[in-house]
Design a protein around this ligand. Structure first.
Ligand code: GCU
Length: 354
């Protein structure tokens, strides 16, 4: 794979000569670049967060406490409110948690094997992304989108940014929970919500780690030379996910002043786990692996191991590279967030907290 990486002419993960002590300043500059050019500018943390809580009867057979939280806060256009669920296993010590940005309301749809996650010792906070703003072209009229006036200068936030912002507000709430181990909260998502999890975890350093499952284009996969989806497709089908500036790179990806491995690197020195599926050609597993591997260069600069294993060899289906701060797993099959994927993510984070 190394030869392939060179051929793709990717920007360097980090500038030559960058020193450890300048990492935090570099991260800030790069976040500003990704805001401007790809996802749009994230508003300031809002004032006056408030919430109500309601314990739910459905408690995973008595193994956990399930709470419905209704959160609200002030925005430039008044109050905005959205609901989410937390499910926390019964335990006499603080437990780790996944904040899962979901396609579905809690308890419906696939992708979230709640009992297995609880049995694995993890709590979960789940938001249905459509409760934050609809995943449609709606002229930014639904949910949180209409609460922040737009400048129309190319840098306004897209919906990925809005979902990520809501996840950070959930994190504000989670910080108040004594049942949760604050050093072990991980943000997770699949596909478009894997892109969202990355963008959220990059910006919000309270997350100890990020899970990107099959996030592909504009997620974990490097864009230059990838197979499947490109900027031209994603901005045509889902322009509202991004800042308008991202459209500059349609059929012009070599001029992007960044690529996705640089975004992933901004998770450093925290944990990052990337999962792919062999038949997910639209996302392109090899380009996701490349993103994870190259992000590792930032970790190496910081004196940590990035992605472990021999990168000259391709990863085999079923293989897990979990020894470094950057993990990678490849599942046989199609675009999906499976039980097997979740088991892998729990194994990865568990391994680093033995
Ligand atoms: C589409 C889109 C992808 C996205 C996926 C999903 O296929 O092109 O970028 O990841 O939907 O969210 O399932």
């Amino acid at each position: 794979m190394l030869g392939e990486i060179k051929r793709r002419n990717l920007p360097k993960t980090i500038p030559d000569g960058l020193l450890k002590e300048n990492w935090s300043a570099h991260r800030k500059e790069m976040i500003a670049l990704f805001e401007r050019e790809e996802y749009g500018v994230t508003p300031e943390r809002p004032e006056n967060l408030r919430w109500t809580k309601e314990i739910q009867r459905d408690n995973v057979g008595g193994k956990a406490v399930h709470t419905l939280v209704k959160m609200s806060f002030d925005t430039p256009m008044g109050e905005f409110a959205f609901p989410f669920d937390t499910v926390i296993p019964n335990s006499d010590k603080p437990v780790p948690m996944f904040l899962y940005i979901s396609f579905h309301p809690y308890g419906s749809g696939h992708y979230l094997p709640i009992e297995e996650i609880i049995d694995g010792g993890y709590a979960i906070a789940v938001v249905n992304y459509n409760d934050v703003t609809k995943d449609t072209e709606d002229n930014f009229e639904s949910g949180i989108a209409k609460m922040y006036p737009r400048r129309n200068d190319g840098t306004d936030w897209g919906k990925i940014g809005m979902w990520a912002f809501a996840a950070s507000r959930m994190m504000d709430y989670i910080q108040t929970l004594i049942e949760i181990d604050k050093n072990r909260i991980y943000v997770a998502g699949h596909s478009r919500l894997g892109k969202t999890a990355i963008w959220c975890g990059v910006q919000d350093e309270r997350f100890a780690g990020v899970v990107s499952n099959d996030s592909g284009c504009s997620g974990a996969a490097v864009t230059r030379g990838k197979k499947g989806e490109h900027v031209v497709h994603i901005t045509k089908n889902f322009p509202f996910w991004f800042s308008a500036n991202y459209q500059k790179y349609i059929e012009n990806e070599d001029s992007m002043p960044f690529d996705q491995h640089q975004l992933l690197s901004l998770v450093a020195p925290r944990f990052l786990c990337v999962g792919s599926a062999t038949e997910d050609e639209w996302a392109d597993p090899e380009s996701e692996l490349m993103g994870a591997y190259l992000a590792g260069e930032a970790y190496e600069m910081l004196g940590l191991t990035g992605l472990s294993g021999d990168i000259e060899q391709t990863v085999e289906p079923g293989e897990k590279r979990f020894d470094g701060f950057v993990g990678y797993q490849l599942r046989k099959g199609t675009h999906f967030l499976s039980r097997h994927d979740w088991q892998g993510y729990m194994e990865f984070f568990g391994k680093h907290h033995e």
